[in-house]
Design a protein around this ligand. Sequence first.
Ligand SMILES: CCCCC/C=C/C/C=C\C/C=C\C/C=C\CCCC(=O)SCCNC(=O)CCNC(=O)[C@H](O)C(C)(C)COP(=O)(O)OP(=O)(O)OC[C@H]1O[C@@H](n2cnc3c(N)ncnc32)[C@H](O)[C@@H]1OP(=O)(O)O
Length: 176
Amino acid sequence: MEPPSPHPDAPAPGQPLDAHYSHCFGCGDEVESGLRIRSTVGEHHVVVSTFTVTKDHQGAPGLAHGGLLTCAFDEALGTAAGNLLRVPVVTAKLETDFRRPVPVGSTLYITTKLCGRAGRKVYTSAEGRLDAADGPLAVEARALFVTVGVEHFLEHGDPEQLKELGERHSDWDVNP
Ligand SMILES: CCCCC/C=C/C/C=C\C/C=C\C/C=C\CCCC(=O)SCCNC(=O)CCNC(=O)[C@H](O)C(C)(C)COP(=O)(O)OP(=O)(O)OC[C@H]1O[C@@H](n2cnc3c(N)ncnc32)[C@H](O)[C@@H]1OP(=O)(O)O
């Protein structure tokens, strides 16, 4: 399967990506206990996201919880798929390989690429490296996202809060 080309209006390399929703646990600024993941478009159609592990993220003493790392990858992978293709996506499937423990205080550099697209299905993969984009490999993940229209959020979510999401993505390929 060929990787899909980014949308012609996808953000250029070097451009930081705003949080997709201020109350998002992964990237929102208004979630006190959130992961506060930051993402920037990289060269060659990748998105680089950073996640700093704090003591609130522990599973074992001094080490990040695996499920929480998976959450960080969900955010990073989804941000890449949504922003490079400029279409709303939701996670259908997510798989994580933990290669090396991730200590509290470290920053994961998560590089995500698009691997394929078939109809509404978008295949993605990511590598997370410790403390630098070329640091030791700690975590790998793959996810299948499915593109959805605004009705997905209207039917299943909170229509009031959807206004913010809509305002932030008014120029995306949303199919109402
Ligand atoms: C004004 C509003 C503007 C909105 C703008 C929004 C922008 C922001 C949105 C996102 C982008 C930005 C950043 C994202 C950042 C973070 C990511 C976090 C994302 C999440 O945290 S999100 C929460 C967890 N996520 C869910 O809450 C999904 C629950 N789920 C469902 O809502 C349905 O399940 C759905 C919609 C997935 C599919 O349902 P459906 O009825 O629409 O479509 P269907 O079932 O036909 O699937 C279509 C094709 O996907 C294949 N397929 C489906 N699931 C599969 C699986 N598990 N394994 C293998 N293949 C699968 C089928 O086999 C078929 O394939 P085929 O076409 O080949 O037959």
